[in-house]
Design a protein around this ligand. Structure first.
Ligand code: ZN
Ligand code: FE
Length: 257
């Protein structure tokens, strides 16, 4: 499978997934139809499915126009997003599968950013939407810190270390600048920030990341780090140090950063 990132809007990524045996493709989170349509036509593939990680407009905004341009196709999203994802045909639950061409993948339900957020897994790739960003996570609009903790650590983070994680927004540099403030002694964060700055200067995308790299540098996946817990307790002396409570305070600090 080939994965082609398509930058959309200010900092969104849509992704086109290509089944090389059949020439059929799926698109993850088409914010806008036009850049996706241009990429599909340039690569001469047949768009066969839309995969929506959640219902926010910057992830589903292109659905309707793609359906009118390319005709009826499968539109996959979580079952609880019924009525919130334009054109949705498949209402998925934990462990359900999706397919296009000869390829089949599966999803996990990742509440936290929204109640219907899901991650699509296929081969060694995962498409996390706004649940996991490189060195960060989405805001808690419809979920609790405990849900986000579980989604990031027990679902996405429990995949094999080399799983490639394709995320919804190019926030990596700002996320690492924040990560450095909550874990100043973490060398992996410093090294990664340096590399990401070089990449952004060269106008390169920082997507995808990996499970291993996130475990080393993403504060929301490091809730057991003594340095991170110490930072949290400085801001919130009553904090009990449990993973969900650590994540809650780190998320609050990030919101204010
Ligand atoms: Zn979102
Ligand atoms: Fe988004």
């Amino acid at each position: 499978m080939q994965v082609v990132p398509v930058p959309c809007l200010r900092d969104n990524y849509a992704y086109i997934l290509i089944c090389e045996q059949t020439g059929k493709a799926a698109v993850v989170d088409p914010s806008k139809a036009r850049p996706v349509q241009a990429a599909v036509e340039r690569m001469d593939v047949e768009l066969a499915a839309i995969l929506n990680t959640h219902h926010h407009p910057d992830h589903v905004g292109g659905n309707q126009k793609l359906l009118s341009r390319f005709g009826q196709m499968r539109v996959y999203g979580h079952k609880s997003d019924k009525g919130r994802i334009p054109g949705q045909t498949d209402f998925l639950e934990e462990g359900d599968t999706f397919s296009f061409g000869n390829l089949t993948g599966e999803i996990t339900h990742n509440p936290g950013h929204t109640s219907g957020a899901i991650t699509f897994y296929i081969g060694d790739c995962a498409f996390t939407g706004d649940t996991l960003f490189a060195a960060g996570c989405g805001r808690l609009f419809e979920g609790t810190p405990a849900e986000m903790y579980s989604s990031l650590n027990e679902k996405i983070g429990s995949r094999p270390e080399n799983t490639r994680l394709f995320f919804g927004h190019e926030y990596t540099e700002a996320n690492l600048r924040f990560a450095r403030t909550v874990e100043p002694e973490n060398k992996a964060i410093q090294t990664r920030l340096k590399r990401v700055r070089e990449m952004r200067r060269a106008k390169q995308f920082t997507t995808p990341t990996t499970v291993a790299l996130e475990r080393a540098t993403n504060p929301f996946m490091r809730c057991d780090s003594p340095e991170l817990i110490a930072t949290v307790k400085r801001h919130d002396p009553q904090n009990d140090g449990s993973p969900a409570e650590v994540l809650r305070v780190v998320r609050e600090l990030k919101d204010k950063f």
